[in-house]
Design a protein around this ligand. Sequence first.
Ligand code: DAH
Length: 387
Amino acid sequence: MAYTVSNLTDYSAPALEKAAAECTAACIVEAGAVRSEADLKAFRDRWLGRKSGILTQINDLWLKGAPKEAKRDAGMLVNELKTRITEIFERAKVEAEVRVVVSGVQSQVAVGTAGTIAVAESVDISLPGIRRPIGAEHPVVKTSKEIVSVFQKLGYSVAEGPVVETDYYNFEALNFPPNHPARDTQDTLFIAGQQSKPQRERLLLRTHTSPVQIRTMEKLRPPIRIVIPGKVHRNDPPDASHSPMFHQIEGLAVDTNITFGDLKGTLDHAMKALFGSSVKTHFRPSYFPFTEPSAELYVTCFICGGSGKRGSDPCRPCKQTGWIEVLGCGMVDPNVFEFVKDNGYDPKKVSGFAFGMGVDRLALLKYGVDDIQLFFQGDVRFLQQFG
Ligand code: DAH
């Protein structure tokens, strides 16, 4: 039965000692049952609560109710009980904390005859703790987030799609017909054992983030403005500037009356936001099956400022040209809209622009890293530098 404070009538030394021992024993047993923060709080309220805790009751019943001649002894007893119960509480508190920290190590609390708490298996809390090093954001993730946030401020949303993709989304719906030579530019890694399926259902590792353009247009009606960060794969042997796995950010804006002027203005703004307001942009004609016309965007080299030189040395990142290619872009080809026409993308009514950039390459340039492999080797000494 739970311990309750009874009235004291006998104030002789043995009687006082007996009452104190009963109280302490009960307190120790209850402390041993504390398993959680909530238990600990309940224990504290029950024993040390100011208004009606057991110590307060003892003070009221045993001390205030004591006859004059017994007051001194009763006072000493109550004080001693106060010290003991507070000690027991403090130990229970440490025990509870240890139990939380070392979950799995079940501490067996046993009550010794002298009223001490013996801990069979415990943790020496005076030992120095294990320092958990704070991780650093990976430079590629950091760069990706920076780029995404520039577009989010322009009202773009973020979309994502699968890394294992079908031929349909990676190629066909992006206007790469079966056997089209442009497929060869993509160095695709195919998933094995797909030959029995129709070509458009065959699986591969997506070679670009562009398939998410189609996936998003299937789900959302125009107007849309999205950016798509993600991992892509190509059958490139690893070297200082190639990796079979890398990262891209895709962008797509579709509405009525989107023009090439919108494309240029948006990307010029984004490049200035990313690389500083003094960079200049420059578009050169290019070819992608899913955009027409298509272009490559160059920015003035942010290493040499466009001069092609670093002091008297040639600037390597821009190969002395003063310009760095950052992305591919163009106006969405009407043939692409044909694949999602039923969801409101009638090429006669809507137009749009798209772009895609390699994040890893930008991170290399931004941080002056000369080997892309360093990003993926997981060497903490390298990664710590970006903390
Ligand atoms: N998907 C292209 C690639 O990986 C990059 C690209 C170019 C994306 C032009 C686009 C675009 O959206 O309009 O080579």
